[in-house]
Design a protein around this ligand. Structure first.
Ligand SMILES: C[S@@+](CC[C@H](N)C(=O)[O-])C[C@H]1O[C@@H](n2cnc3c(N)ncnc32)[C@H](O)[C@@H]1O
Length: 179
């Protein structure tokens, strides 16, 4: 599902990039470690800041990144041009079909990254199944997501975080939601 104008403006803002760079990435790296020299995939790459951080902070050798929105992929291409095609490959496509989007075979990535996109994906189970399919045995899925509480009450819930262990924060019904 494409974003509305307000969310697009928020996602493309310096504040969003700062949150990703100074909070989300250090937290995810602390929880899951680096992927030095590895091959990574980012689903829903938006304007490409996450891809840049996967290369520079997580140490991936190469990142394939995709987004449903061609305008976002265009932004990402500009942001990531300096890395060259050997390190970054960008595509327009859906996380629900990674063969169509990036020709991803089974067990082909060391890590998959999702920075806040699953709540946009109507058939999110298909996206999770695809991510599981393309991760190699022992590969890691790094993701962050807004909670159902935050989605329902953005003015009070926007700073809810999922605890470091797997699972949901109190009152979060997202994992059982139908879409
Ligand atoms: C909230 S934004 C997050 C963008 C970026 N990951 C970030 O953290 O700034 C959600 C992104 O997911 C993309 N998206 C929505 N549905 C998608 C799908 N089925 N497959 C891939 N990307 C999708 C949107 O176009 C948008 O760029």
């Amino acid at each position: 599902m494409l974003m509305n104008r307000i969310e697009t403006a928020v996602v493309n803002s310096p504040a969003r990039r700062g949150l990703q760079r100074f909070y989300e990435v250090p937290l995810l790296a602390r929880l899951g470690g680096r992927v030095a020299g590895g091959r990574a995939l980012e689903v829903g790459c938006g304007s490409g800041e996450g891809t840049r951080l996967i290369l520079d902070k997580f140490g991936a050798a190469r990142v394939d990144a995709l987004d449903l929105d061609p305008a976002m992929v265009k932004r990402a291409r500009r942001r990531l041009a300096r890395y060259g095609p050997d390190r970054v490959r960008l595509a327009v496509g859906s996380a629900t079909d990674l063969r169509a989007a990036v020709s991803a075979p089974d067990a082909s990535y060391d890590a998959v990254f999702d920075f806040g996109i699953i709540h946009h994906v109507e058939d999110w189970r298909a996206a999770i199944a695809e991510i599981a399919r393309v991760l190699r045995p022992g590969g890691r899925f790094f993701f962050e997501e807004v909670t159902a509480t935050a989605l329902a009450r953005p003015h009070t819930g926007c700073c809810s975080t999922i605890p470091a262990t797997t699972g949901s924060p109190p009152g979060n019904s997202w994992p059982n939601a139908s879409s």
